[in-house]
Ligand binder design. Structure first.
Ligand SMILES: [Zn+2]
Length: 241
């Protein structure tokens, strides 16, 4: 992960791909700032109304109206696919061989619906992408130490086939020593989504991670859990130039 003065992070493995732009925005980037960035690149930003769904859109051109959904994919240069987050996990996918990209919004609901797995499969159908040859970059998100969920969330994940291991052990609770209710669990969104990718055939060397940053702990990022009334979101983007 490379941090610099720009209001977004990049990962070296994706930065090395010719003709690709990508980044994970931090809290300094306003909507106007992001749109000016897209304009300077001469690219068309595509921002969805996100639903915490498993709805995936294939773009062959800029959409005429605002789309609702949680993943975008394209093989068309000039489109800047955007996922807005504050604690949820943004995932960027690249198929170098077929020149196709995707951006996926992975909160707990979308993760439970396996949206990332569905997006990889959709790229396979649309572009012939093969999981073993693709790259995935997992952006900043709330870390497991700060992501307490109730038993209903854990139950939904186990029912969806996720392993117990995506729930972090109690030792990660900040201020360990406090009584543990036994009714709350710590969800590791990164692990859950990395597990989906592994199951599809992504090698470990093809999954890059912005971790161990935690949006909740680090003030440079926006966090819904820290500031539930802050309407701002971070801009995560990928596109072919
Ligand atoms: Zn944290």
């Amino acid at each position: 992960m490379t941090a610099n003065k720009r209001p977004y992070l990049t990962v070296p493995r994706l930065a090395a791909v010719p003709g690709l732009v990508h980044g994970f925005g931090d809290g300094r980037w306003t909507e106007a700032g992001f749109l000016a960035f897209a304009e300077a690149l001469r690219m068309t930003p595509v921002v969805m109304r996100q639903l915490h769904s498993d709805v995936i859109h294939r773009l062959d051109e800029a959409p005429a109206e605002k789309l609702a959904g949680d993943a975008l994919m394209t093989d068309v240069p000039g489109l800047l696919l955007v996922i807005r987050t504050a604690d949820c996990l943004p995932v960027l996918l690249v198929d170098e061989a077929n020149r196709a990209v995707a951006a996926v919004h992975c909160g707990w609901r979308g993760t439970d619906k396996r949206i990332l797995e569905k997006a990889v499969r959709a790229m396979g159908e649309a572009y012939g992408s093969k999981p073993g040859e693709m790259l995935a970059a997992l952006g900043p998100c709330v870390g497991p130490a700060c992501y307490e969920v109730g038993p209903e969330v854990r139950g939904a994940f186990l029912e969806a086939g996720f392993p117990e291991a995506v729930f972090a052990p109690r030792a990660l609770v900040p201020g360990a020593g406090a009584p543990f209710s036994g009714r709350k669990y710590l969800l590791d969104l990164r692990s859950a989504n990395a597990w989906l990718l592994s199951g599809l055939g992504f090698g470990e060397d093809r999954i890059t991670n912005a971790g161990p940053v935690c949006t909740h702990c680090e003030p440079r990022f926006l966090s819904y859990r820290r500031d539930p009334h802050d309407p701002r979101r971070m801009y995560n983007f990928i596109g072919l130039v």
